[in-house]
Structures are given as structure tokens and as C-alpha cells.
Write a protein that binds this ligand. Structure first.
Ligand SMILES: [Zn+2]
Length: 105
């Protein structure tokens, strides 16, 4: 999947998380904003860019343990809720790809 699509997916997940868990009504709270910036910067730095063949094969293990834990919490929370925002198979595929890259090993 392309970087831009992945960014949109991550942004949406953080929005769902922030609105639901932190009670934010518009945009993101500072904490979630920094998490989003971090996730985006990781994607911008991805050496494969849009050409990476598959996240499953990505050799880059690029999140710090702390950020990995935070994004994991976001996905755990937003995952089940986002099923209602996107066709299930599409969603499942996206999340699997992102999780594969972040949490493998
Ligand atoms: Zn928040």
C-alpha cells in the first residue's frame, strides 16, 4: 500500500481513538498529535516509500518501543470501531499490513 494511503489510515485510527478516549471534539489532543506526527515521520523516512513491495517483507523495524506501545493501544481501541467506517476486508487488510510492519519480531 502507498505511503499516502497508510497515512490516511493511521490518521483516521488516531482520530477515532482521541475522540473516543480523550473526548476531543475536533482535531487531536497534543498527545495524539505528537503520536500522529511521529507515525507520519516514520513513513516519510521509510526507505522504500511507495515502492515497498509488501509491509510483510519490510526489514525496517522503525518504531521505538514506547511509540510502538502507544500505536498498539490506538489500534486496539480503534480497530473494532473502524469496522463501521470501512468495508471490513479493506480495513482488515490495511490493519494487518500496518501491524505486520510495526510489530513483527
Ligand atoms: Zn488524544
Amino acid at each position: 500500500m502507498g505511503i499516502e494511503k497508510e497515512k490516511r489510515t493511521i490518521k483516521k485510527m488516531i482520530l477515532v481513538f482521541c475522540h473516543g478516549k480523550h473526548g476531543t471534539r475536533e482535531g487531536l489532543c497534543p498527545e495524539c498529535q505528537s503520536l500522529k506526527d511521529y507515525a507520519f515521520s516514520r513513513l516519510d523516512l521509510c526507505p522504500f516509500g511507495d515502492k515497498k513491495p509488501s509491509c510483510r517483507k519490510c526489514p525496517v523495524h522503525c518504531y521505538t518501543p514506547e511509540m510502538r506501545e502507544r500505536i498498539r493501544e490506538v489500534m486496539r481501541y480503534s480497530g473494532p470501531r473502524m469496522v463501521f467506517h470501512a468495508p471490513f476486508e479493506w480495513f482488515k487488510h490495511r490493519v494487518e499490513e500496518i501491524l505486520d510492519r510495526i510489530f513483527k519480531n
